[in-house]
Ligand binder design. Structure first.
Ligand code: HPA
Length: 288
């Protein structure tokens, strides 16, 4: 046998679908709720989940094939409960490629939310603003993305039970979900910018030259998450929206070096607005 070839008697590595079923089985043993809506809470945005009615938390590390995130501001729990009466699942923190996780594990959490029956999923993230006139603390509805991470969660054997081999990404960020978020923001008097999110590998922040390149490519915000999750969810046919908290102006724009502490502090300062937006959006999208 050639080196590297699997021996015929070895059991094959479990498929993505099989790993998902293992997780769903473990979750259903601990919580009875069937979530209608899912939310991913990014850097410094996780507290929303603690306000859910009837909260049940399941740490990622308790589930098969998952892992605890290793980043400050990313606690690493599935949180089940109700917001305004709507059954919800939140991911309090996410896993990132830059932590060294394989892309299948990075998207496992959102795939679980899709498999649990969430009819729409909202991804939140912290991002650097590329528009010189924007300010830290601005909120941006993502209209489209540039996947510049060099990775797709769909590379590998085709699993037709999850979705098509070549999924369409024309309207990846669902226009109706975007309109709902804009309506909630307008009603609450919260300004909501719109733009294209560039997803990079990280973990280093960008150089000023990279920031200039991203502007030329048509991006409005830059971060280190979200794009793989969107691809995996669209592959499964789940409707997706995404909201960026512009926690800082991108490297070279503000006259001071970037830090994760600044990113977290700005995200936390937008907690009240974010809770208003998420609660209103969940009611519109998840209401009967
Ligand atoms: N760059 C990349 N990721 C980020 C940034 C940034 O400026 N801010 C928050 N996440």
């Amino acid at each position: 046998m050639l080196p590297g070839m699997a021996h015929a008697s070895q059991s094959p590595p479990s498929s993505i679908a099989a790993r998902l079923e293992d997780c769903i089985f473990a979750i259903k043993k601990r919580v009875a709720i069937e979530p209608r809506v899912g939310v991913v809470l990014g850097s410094g945005l996780g507290e929303f989940a603690d306000s859910l009615d009837g909260l049940v938390k399941i740490p990622y590390g308790d589930l098969p094939h998952m892992a605890a995130p290793g980043v400050d501001g990313h606690p690493g729990n599935f949180c089940f409960g109700r917001a305004g009466g709507v059954p919800v699942v939140c991911m309090q923190g996410r896993l990132h490629l830059y932590e060294g996780h394989p892309v299948e594990r990075v998207v496992q959490g959102v795939r679980i939310m899709g498999r649990l029956g969430a009819r729409a999923i909202l991804l939140t993230n912290a991002a650097g603003g590329l528009e010189p006139t924007w300010h830290p603390g601005d909120l941006m509805l993502v209209t489209d993305h540039l996947n510049l991470s060099g990775v797709s969660p769909l590379v590998g054997p085709d699993d037709g039970t999850l979705g098509p081999r070549f999924p369409d990404m024309t309207a990846a960020y669902d226009p109706e979900l975007r309109a709902s978020l804009q309506a909630v923001a307008r009603a609450a008097g919260i300004p909501l910018r719109e733009g294209v999110y560039a997803g990079l590998l990280g973990p280093q922040y960008e150089t000023p030259a990279e920031v200039r390149m991203l502007r030329m490519l048509g991006a409005h915000a830059v971060g280190m998450s979200t794009v793989q999750e969107v691809i995996a969810l669209r592959h499964m046919g789940v409707r997706v929206g995404a909201l960026s908290c512009i926690t800082n102006l991108a490297a070279g724009s503000s006259g001071h070096p970037l830090s994760h502490a600044e990113v977290e502090a700005t995200a936390r300062s937008r907690r009240a607005q974010l809770v208003t937006l998420l609660t209103g959006w969940i009611q519109r999208v998840g209401g009967a």
